[in-house]
Design a protein around this ligand. Structure first.
Ligand code: SAH
Length: 245
């Protein structure tokens, strides 16, 4: 079954964009997924097909109108079990576990914002989830939509070369991944860590685990404390079941 992405945007020509190349592009060609766009302008009002208006309460910028956005959601008319997502810096940050959930759905409807965003009432009325791709502000939702879709598409069956690469990477166990090295073994006087050339798989695994932990502790204190808490919980649980047995 084809995983269907339906994208509402003022710039349909931006799609599939970066998703037309490499793994995602090949998966698009062989119909593992599809990417249709819906031009918000089609629902625009009047001779100029206006989609936006000034914000109630005042302030800078423009907002995509409720009636226009509603007409677009209705025109796209996706089945009820397809999640509706509005990309916005106000949203819940997208995490790998969410990506797994979206990839497991029949597809997704994405609304790309422009200007200041979209009238909030439409998002409520259509049960739209609000998702952010990071704590920074983009000029429009199109790049965010492609980030979102890229993360989903690579998890679809058959898209990634080796299944293992999905299991071992950053976030899958709550830690960032260890660093990578390849040939040449010595480059501009810099050597690859000896252990990686040792052929000792247990030692390599231990070194990688240590590096993953160090990197996470330094770069992502938030992930690190969550990981520590989880480990402690697991150790307690293991200790208790040990006592019971
Ligand atoms: N004034 C708004 C930002 C508008 S940016 C605010 O402060 O919340 C214009 C559009 O770009 C948004 O409607 C959204 O669709 C998209 N966008 C910008 N940053 C984003 C992010 N971090 N994640 C997802 N979408 C984003």
């Amino acid at each position: 079954m084809t995983w269907q992405a339906r994208v509402m945007t003022l710039f349909p020509e931006a799609f599939p964009g970066v998703l037309g190349i490499s793994l995602a592009g090949r998966a698009l060609e062989n119909k593992t997924w599809s990417c249709s766009t819906y031009d918000l302008r089609q629902c625009g009002l009047g001779r100029h097909r206006a989609v936006d208006d000034t914000p109630f309460g005042g302030g800078a910028g423009m907002v995509i109108r409720a009636d226009v956005a509603d007409a677009a959601f209705s025109a796209v008319d996706a089945p009820a079990d397809v999640p509706r997502v509005f990309l916005t810096p106000r949203g819940t940050p997208l995490r790998q576990k969410d990506v797994v959930r979206y990839a497991g759905a029949p597809g997704v409807v994405l609304m790309c914002g422009r200007f200041e965003g979209v009238d909030e009432r439409v998002l409520e009325a259509h049960n739209v989830e609000q998702v952010s791709v990071g704590d920074y502000v983009l000029s429009g939702g199109e790049a965010a939509a492609q980030v979102f879709l890229d993360a989903c598409v690579r998890l679809l069956p058959g898209v990634m070369g080796s299944d293992q690469s999905g299991v071992e990477e950053s976030f899958s166990d709550g830690l960032l991944e260890y660093p990578h090295y390849t040939r040449p073994a010595e480059w501009q006087g810099r050597k690859v860590p000896d252990v990686l050339l040792s052929g000792n798989h247990a030692a390599i695994a231990a070194w990688r685990q240590k590096k993953a932990e160090e990197t996470t502790r330094e770069r992502r204190p938030d992930l690190w404390s969550a990981w520590l808490a989880r480990r402690e919980k697991n150790e307690t649980a293991a200790g208790m079941s040990g006592q019971a047995g």
